[in-house]
Design a binder for this molecule. Structure first.
Ligand SMILES: *Cc1c(COP(=O)(O)O)cnc(C)c1O
Length: 370
């Protein structure tokens, strides 16, 4: 049995450190924000090449609070990709603005800058590139479009902490970056948590006010806010894990190189990696002919896989009113039909990878050596 993700292996290795950190928080009696959250904000911001970090309750809230801080709302349009997790877009909708879905660049699954440029209207306020699977989107042309039209760029870096584009870290290139510490992410808490990272002090300040009911002084409220603070327990756990993150990122990258070699001669398409990026492999995602039959075959062999994502957002019921028919964003739709994510976590062994690759080879009637 090889699961797609094994969180227990990581916990087992860190048990002592985690329990020490937890004990310290429980003894302190401070459970919301506090010194651990402030320290984590500084450490994560530094890791991301940003001056400021503001811890919030989830990656979804990181996006939501950014849109609120920028005053994005009814009548506004925000350009993004349909080939992403729903929170990228439903937070735009929650703000009252309209998500404008444009198609992806097929090899990287990320926003196609030309499609972004073509979608700009006088109502456009922002662009939300997603660094899908841990590979940064092609940011320079996106930033150029944003500059030309005066748009904010909010990076959905939920899957890409530590990824780099031309030497710049995910989250540091646009106006701000939104991180998720959902347990399955490369840096995962033991519950929900997220962070906004930015180099813009005014934005950091606005998100800070918004997350604490719209005011910095208790019981004095300047704006309509949210309750979206980062728990101290999660911050303490994340601080322990952050010390190991680079090692885990390198392990993921090595696992990806091994998959690349093992799968090279099989009829699947291994991930395309831009030469100017550091991919952190939140997922190792292939394109596979007869994908659904392959999933069943692997399942019978006890190998876990996942499809991120089986239905692009413009084809979801929640966005039926956008009127984007099947075929309107063909690259996203083709990706949804063909992608398959294989087991990926730092503790995955070379032997397990051989087992996975052999099972894939057997499905296609090939041999690994072939
Ligand atoms: C995980 C994720 C989010 C949301 O993060 P949560 O912490 O689960 O709210 C947003 N966007 C993308 C691309 C994600 O993968």
């Amino acid at each position: 049995m090889i699961p797609i993700l094994d969180l227990k292996a990581q916990y087992t290795a860190l048990r002592e450190e985690i329990h020490q950190a937890l004990d310290a928080v429980l003894e302190s009696g401070n459970f919301v924000l506090g010194p651990d959250v402030r320290a984590l904000e500084e450490e994560v911001a530094a890791y991301c090449g940003c001056a400021y970090g503001v811890g919030v309750a989830s990656g979804t809230d990181a996006l939501r609070l950014c849109f609120a801080a920028l005053g994005i709302g009814p009548g506004d349009e925000v350009i993004t990709t349909p080939f992403t997790f729903v929170a990228t877009a439903n937070t735009i909708s929650r703000s009252g603005a309209t998500p404008v879905f444009v198609d992806i660049d097929p090899p990287t699954y990320n926003l196609d800058p030309e499609a972004v440029a073509a979608a700009v209207t006088p109502r456009t306020k922002a662009i939300v590139p997603v660094h899908l699977y841990g590979q940064p989107a092609d940011m320079d042309p996106i930033l150029e479009i944003a500059e030309r039209y005066g748009l904010a760029v909010i990076e959905d870096a939920a899957q890409a902490i530590g990824a780099e584009y031309k030497g710049r870290r995910a989250g540091s290139m646009g106006l701000c970056g939104c991180l998720s510490f959902y347990p399955t992410k490369n840096l995962g808490a033991y519950g929900d948590a997220g962070m906004v990272v930015t180099n813009d002090p005014a934005l950091a300040e606005r998100v800070d006010v918004l997350r604490r009911q719209g005011g910095k002084t208790k019981y004095y409220h300047d704006v309509v806010g949210f309750n979206s603070r980062l728990d101290t327990v999660q911050a303490a756990i994340l601080r322990v894990k952050l010390r190991h993150l680079e090692r885990w990122q390198e392990a993921r990258r090595q696992i990806a190189r091994r998959y690349d070699a093992l799968l090279a001669d099989l009829p699947v398409t291994t991930p395309y990696v831009r030469p100017d990026v550091r991919h952190v492999y939140h997922q190792y995602t292939i394109r596979a002919p007869q994908r659904d039959a392959l999933v069943e075959h692997l399942q019978r062999q006890g190998i876990g896989t996942m499809i991120y994502y089986p239905l692009p957002l413009h084809r979801q019921k929640l966005y039926a009113d956008l009127g984007l028919a099947e075929g309107s964003l063909p690259h996203s739709e083709a990706a949804a039909r063909e992608v398959l994510s294989l087991p990926m976590y730092p503790e995955l062994t070379a032997e397990q990878q051989v087992q996975i690759a052999s099972a894939i080879a057997a499905f296609y009637g090939a041999s690994l050596e072939g």
